[in-house]
Design a binder for this molecule. Structure first.
Ligand code: IVH
Length: 691
């Protein structure tokens, strides 16, 4: 083969390989076998070895570059990479819409709704369709030049070429413009992340917290050969600087955001799979639920939606604040979701004997931690969602709540699954103690009837020791299991007669830790008595109710003497709670435990002469919200402090909020407080007001 023939063949091979690469990585519509692809690739490699002067940087053989770098060069973005303001509810989305329309009087405003991808933002520069630069966001103005790393990501084309796609109303004259900056996110698909963590575990390396961290860490590698081994991918949703060529106005290149997404896709770049043009904000709002549902099927983590004004000429008129453009806003889901495989369903016995089905999962990163178990709530929920062992399930976690399985991806179901039958699973007995079970209609649940059930006792002890109850440090699950199994405790009061000698003999317990636990148990005797009330685990009585009841009745004796009407006179104490309290104290077993606690010297009343807290001090009875980082307290500490002075501390600002306490870097709550006219207190203001 002569040079001219080789050149023609090389070009043909590159075009073919690029096309298959795109079909595989971008469109997930593979046409040829891996082997056929490898053969084409090998042929190209051989020709390039034979004719080295025909090698070009955008050849598919040139993804993984040479030597590791010493450090990254910094490069200026041609247009700044801004961030987005966040909203968390529809009210704030409507407020955004009102602002936008105020700035564009009399104009129609359409919005594009697209996923907010929780990856690492990157900017690429294509010159005459060739990938020239890839950069991190950096400070928004300059970032690190990570071109060599970016080139290893197979879903990123090294050269842009218009692709005809039957779903695209494509301008047949579309050509890559002379200059185009594209913006998007690099991410690590979940499956790849799990594989990588498994490999790290085998190699004795620390596992990575979540796909986002894994992506950021990979892109920071100085050796592109390492990056090439990481299963990274990318998705693009915006453009920065554009030179549309020969006198063409840049604005004409893509007059709308919808055109941006279509054009990027048409040029061979991966774009979000779902997005919508909405006629108005109400349509955006109507679509968000469906949007969140679908987001669970995407290969990247989605932490919300981004709402953008569609027309780009309107963007110019809307302008930007120092931080974010006024044409777009992020609507963040307060619940984070992830997908993983359901390995098994087991039954957990709760502290009141309720049998809760629990999902045993393939470990998955979710909201900053790794989740291997999640609640399935109850039998009805499993039926309703038709959750089966083997399914790919969607798990969700909001704040501090227990993660839950919220749905399944039915199209990912293996062929041989069966509906889960809890009755068959239970065979009429408690899985922990073998005792009798009964269906409790109130809780749509099965319940173990054996009050001596060791599993129930374990849960009761765990609850008693909680930080939000008796706050006994060192009394965790492992120790509690042993205490129950060795029959060292039969109820919560028995904790107070444990000795160092008894504990020191147990697994993972030396003299020193045993002494610490005994001291922590001893110290809990002095805790405020609402903690005991919470720790007893009376049905329907959570932390908030325990505080109110303790405040109102001042002592256990007074509370025990109260009848249903007296209990119902306490704010927020309804008839079900009142009845539950009466039932609890009528139960002779419970009375025995309380007598034992009294004998042990546990605090069962407020300090002598104490008045109910809600009548004292500056914050008494006031509704308070905290935002930002405080110098002197952690949020938990301040919250506790305020509550002890009768404040009601909540999480969201409304017109009913009395004060917003503001620390450094406040979030959107500050804006909200300003709109609602809520008075602001800064940290120094608290000095004279906190007792
Ligand atoms: S537009 C000027 N669209 O979220 C607006 N950003 O919290 C530029 N992000 O810095 C961004 N998905 O890294 C836009 N569909 C999307 C996005 C998105 C994720 C990231 C982006 C941005 C950050 C702001």
């Amino acid at each position: 083969m002569n040079r001219t023939q080789a050149q023609a063949r090389i070009e043909r091979l590159r075009a073919e390989l690029n096309r298959h690469n795109r079909l595989y990585y971008v469109e997930t519509a593979q046409e040829i076998s891996d082997r056929a692809y490898d053969l084409l690739y090998k042929e190209l490699q051989d020709l390039e070895t034979q004719f080295p002067d025909l090698v070009t940087p955008d050849s598919p053989t040139q993804r993984v570059g040479g030597e590791p770098l010493k450090e990254f060069r910094s490069i200026a973005h041609l247009q700044p990479m801004m961030s987005l303001d966040n909203t968390y509810n529809f009210e704030e989305l409507r407020a955004f819409d009102t602002r936008v329309r105020k700035l564009l009087p009399g104009e129609q405003v359409e919005y594009v709704l697209e996923p907010k991808i929780d990856g690492v933002s990157i900017s690429l520069r294509y010159v005459h369709g060739r990938l020239l630069l890839g950069a991190t966001r950096g400070d928004g103005t300059t970032g690190d030049d990570i071109t060599a790393n970016i080139r290893t990501i197979k879903s990123i084309p090294l050269s842009l070429s218009p692709v005809l796609n039957r779903n695209l109303a494509l301008n047949p004259n579309l050509k890559p413009p002379p200059l185009l900056e594209v913006r998007g996110e690099a991410y690590m698909p979940l499956a790849g992340f799990q594989k990588m963590n498994a490999a790290r575990a085998r190699a004795g390396e620390e596992s990575l917290a979540n796909p986002r961290n894994a992506t950021a860490g990979s892109l920071k590698q100085l050796d592109p050969r390492i990056v090439a081994q990481r299963p990274l991918a990318a998705v693009f949703y915006a453009i920065g600087a554009v030179d549309a060529g020969a006198g063409a106005p840049a604005a004409a290149f893509c007059p709308t955001q919808a055109a941006v997404l279509e054009t990027l896709k048409a040029l061979g770049l991966p774009t979000p799979q779902y997005w919508w043009v909405c006629r108005d904000m109400e349509e955006v709002i109507r679509r968000t639920a469906d949007f969140q549902q679908r987001a669970a099927d995407l290969p990247y983590e989605v932490d919300g939606a981004v709402v953008k004004v569609n027309r780009r000429d309107q963007w110019t008129r809307l302008g930007a604040t120092a931080k974010a453009p006024r044409y777009a806003i992020a609507y963040k889901y307060s619940h984070e979701q992830a997908r993983t495989r359901l390995r098994a369903i087991t039954i957990q016995v709760g502290r009141t004997g309720v049998l809760t089905p629990v999902a045993e999962l393939e470990p998955v990163a979710l909201a900053g931690s790794t989740i291997a178990r999640a609640t399935l709530h109850n039998e009805e929920e499993i039926k309703r969602k038709d959750i089966r062992v083997g399914d790919l399930v969607i798990v969700e976690k909001a704040g501090e709540v227990i993660p839950a399985v919220v749905g399944v991806a039915p199209d990912q179901r293996p062929p041989d699954t069966r509906p889960f039958d809890i009755q068959q699973h239970l065979r009429g007995q408690c899985p922990a103690c073998g005792g009798p079970i009964r269906r409790d209609p109130e809780f749509v649940a099965w319940r173990c009837e054996n009050i001596a059930c060791p599993a129930q006792l374990k849960r009761r002890l765990e609850h008693f020791a909680l930080r939000r109850a008796m706050d006994i440090e060192g009394l965790g699950e492992v120790l509690i299991n042993q205490l129950v199994e060795k029959q060292l405790v039969q109820d919560v009061a028995d904790l107070y007669s444990l000795t160092v000698a008894q504990l020191a003999g147990l697994d993972r317990m030396g003299e020193k830790s045993a002494a610490n636990v005994v001291a922590a148990i001893e110290a809990s005797k002095q805790r405020a008595w609402w903690r005991l009330l919470h720790g007893l685990g009376i049905l329907h009585i959570g932390e908030g109710a325990a505080r109110k009841l303790a405040d109102h009745f001042v002592s256990l004796d007074k509370l025990m003497a109260a009848d249903v009407p007296a209990l119902e006179s306490v704010p927020d104490c309804g008839p079900v709670m009142a009845q539950s309290i009466v039932d609890f104290f009528q139960n002779p077993r419970n009375r025995t435990v309380l007598n034992k606690l009294r004998a042990a010297g546990v605090t069962l009343s407020a300090a002598p002469g104490a008045q109910p807290a809600a009548t004292r001090g500056f914050f008494a009875g006031k509704t308070v919200v905290i935002t930002g980082t405080l110098q002197q307290w952690s949020r938990d500490e301040l919250r506790e402090r305020l509550r002890s002075q009768g404040a009601i501390v909540t999480d969201s600002v409304s017109r009913k909020t009395h004060f917003l306490i503001v620390g450094a870097d406040p979030g959107s709550k500050l804006d909200k407080a300003n709109t609602c006219g809520v008075p602001i207190l800064h940290e120094p203001d608290l000095a004279g007001k906190l007792a």
